[in-house]
Design a protein around this ligand. Structure first.
Ligand SMILES: N[C@@H](CCC(=O)N[C@@H](CS)C(=O)NCC(=O)O)C(=O)O
Length: 202
């Protein structure tokens, strides 16, 4: 049984969304997201940089949401939601998986962290705008790519859509004005999935 240490609408959502899509059993432990709790030795023993999520599978403990998604696909996916290594789309799948975290979620996370550490009048608007420009470049790339396909790899929904879909939820929370209209059909397709809605509510 997988245990996911989670806070609502944080990156553990990707893992929950994937488990829901695959019909896997999992258990969610909600944790205290305060800086104080995340600094405790107890939490640092699970996540050495004090972030969420953390996932356990028996004695195995891991942090990094994208790695959790890859672990679950490899161990419990039974070939579902990702192309096999010898499939021509294997590389594209990895690319969009990591684009979702390393390129699109990064400036989104910087906005969240900046606002937490420098609230109200301490906020530096130019910094926020710069991050939003980076986000917009990613969104335009996604809009262009999804014009002639239902999902990132074509007509089949894959885990790459989960990695990117989580980031699009953050865009809606943090920079909705930067979402290109042409990206809306793809984003609506993701939001209409029951597994997405369940994961968002946990
Ligand atoms: N690359 C990591 C990023 C983890 C991360 O930034 N988590 C956020 C919540 S979604 C967090 O714990 N932020 C608190 C902080 O950075 O202080 C992953 O994908 O798991």
């Amino acid at each position: 049984m997988l245990t996911i240490y989670h806070v609502t609408t944080t990156r553990g959502m990707r893992v929950i969304w994937l488990c829901e899509e695959l019909g896997l059993d999992y258990h969610v432990e909600k944790i205290d997201f305060s800086k104080e709790f995340r600094a405790t030795p107890e939490w640092r023993a699970l996540n050495p940089v004090g972030k969420v999520p953390v996932m356990k599978d028996g004695d195995m403990v891991m942090f990094e949401s994208g790695a959790m998604v890859q672990y679950i696909l490899a161990k419990y996916g039974a070939g579902r939601l990702a192309p096999a290594v010898n499939d021509p789309q294997f590389a594209q799948h990895l690319q969009w998986m990591w684009f979702g975290e390393a390129t699109l979620s990064r400036p989104l996370g910087e906005i969240v962290n900046h606002r937490r550490e420098f609230p109200g009048e301490q906020e530096i608007p130019a910094m926020i705008e710069e991050m939003k420009d980076r986000i917009e470049a990613c969104l335009q790339a996604l809009a262009d790519h999804t014009q002639d396909r239902s999902y990132l790899l074509g007509e089949a929904f894959t885990a790459a859509d989960i990695m990117v879909g989580y980031a699009l939820m953050l865009v809606e929370m943090l920079a909705p004005e930067r979402m290109p209209a042409e990206l809306a059909p793809y984003w609506e397709r993701l939001q209409s999935r029951a597994a997405y809605q369940t994961a968002k509510a946990v």
